[in-house]
Structures are given as C-alpha cells and as structure tokens.
Design a protein around this ligand. Structure first.
Ligand code: SF4
Ligand code: SF4
Length: 213
C-alpha cells in the first residue's frame, strides 16, 4: 500500500515534468511519445539464465515492528524496523521475476508436450481452440483468475493451440530449458519511461523525450 503510493507519486512527478518541459518548449503537452519497450532473451546456456530462476517456497517475511509502548510513546518513533540483512536476502529470493516473460514461438514448436510435462504449475496446455470461457475450464489446470488474460498461440500444425495461464507461472524457465527446439524462451521485458530533461536542450525542433531504465 505505502510503496505503491510513493511509486505512483514519483511517476506522476515525471509526467508533470514532461508536461512542463513540453509547454516551455512551445509544444502541446498532450502529444506524448509512447514509452519504448523491448524483450531480450536471458539465455546463457542450456540450463543457465542471466536471472536467478530458482523459486523459493518461503512465505512472506513479516517486517519486525517496534514495541507498541515504544511506538505509541512518540510520533517520531519508526514503527517498522526493517529486515536484517539475512532476512532481507531471503525475502528478495521470493521475487518471481515477473519482468522475465515466457515467450512462445509457434513456428518452431513440434508439439512434443515436453514443456507441459515439466511445468511445476501445470500452466501450459495444448488443446483445441475455443471461446475463452470454454478454454479456461479445460486446461491442464483450470484458469480461475478471470482478471488475468490467457496467453493463446495461433493454430499449430495439428490444429491445436498452446494456452498458458500466466496467473500461476513462476518464471522458473523449466519449460524453456526442456523445449528441444527453443520454442519457449525467457525474455526480459524492458519498459522505459519518458524523461523531461532532453526537452530543455537547445537545437532540437521537437524535444525527443529521452528514456531512462
Ligand atoms: S516458466 Fe516455469 S512455471 Fe512458467 S510456464 Fe515455464 S515451466 Fe511453467
Ligand atoms: S517443449 Fe517446445 S516443442 Fe515441445 S510442445 Fe513445448 S514448446 Fe513445443
């Protein structure tokens, strides 16, 4: 809740800065450049990825609090004490690497179903195509979170489609390691937001809003 507020506030600050830079540059602040995005393979070897693809079974660690009598004694007392280094490391290991996407290349898939066998979450299915409500109920594991779109390929050689329930994927990369043709790949998604500073540079007819990772 708290971190979301801060992140949203910083993002709004960036947007306001872009608007101000465009306005001062005599341009229409409503004309925004779309944020550049990119997908980049993280493969380094057959079983080696450039991100930590190990999954942790730990449940969320609770941040220790100051004692109530101490916290209530003064408004200046920090209630959340923060993790020690060892607990912070374990908490960080719970990261699901949601920035690393499973990317499916249907032209190289030979429909051997090896990825279906190895997926620990049963989130990959090869099945006849159908309407979403029908598909959701006849996957290897039913896709119950209606707020999460399904990842559905085009028709494969047998006429089936690959359907993946993104909601439960651990981004472990086992499907991509097992696939004999490299039809699955783990690719990092990069999203770069526009920054205002280049709008102030002289000599540019239209300020190219520079990007930052
Ligand atoms: S990354 Fe892991 S959890 Fe996700 S689809 Fe592949 S094998 Fe399944
Ligand atoms: S392991 Fe690769 S080739 Fe086999 S079904 Fe899965 S994506 Fe297709």
């Amino acid at each position: 809740f708290g971190p979301k507020n801060i992140i949203t506030a910083v993002a709004h600050g960036h947007e306001a800065a872009v608007s101000i830079a465009l306005l001062l540059g005599g341009q229409d602040p409503r004309q925004r450049l779309p944020p550049p995005t990119n997908l980049m393979s993280q493969k380094m070897g057959i079983h080696e990825w450039s991100y930590d693809n190990d999954t942790s079974l730990d449940v969320r660690y609770k941040v220790p609090w100051a004692k109530a009598e101490t916290a209530l004694a003064s408004i200046r007392v920090e209630v959340e004490l923060g993790f020690d280094a060892a607990t912070a490391f374990k908490e960080a290991q719970r990261c699901l690497n949601c920035d690393v996407q499973t990317v499916f290349n249907q032209s190289t898939c030979i429909e051997c179903d090896a990825c279906v066998d190895i997926c620990p979450m049963d989130c990959i299915s090869f099945t006849a195509d159908g309407e979403e409500a029908d598909l959701r109920g006849r996957l290897k594991a039913p896709a119950l979170n209606l707020a999460q779109d399904l990842y559905v390929s085009g028709a494969l050689k047998t006429g089936r489609v690959m359907v993946k329930d993104e909601d439960v994927c651990l981004h472990c990369g086992l499907c991509a390691e097992r696939c004999p043709t490299g039809a699955w790949d783990m690719q990092k998604y990069l999203f770069k937001t526009a920054m205002a500073e280049s709008a102030k540079r002289p000599g540019r007819a239209r300020p190219a809003l520079e990007v930052a990772a």
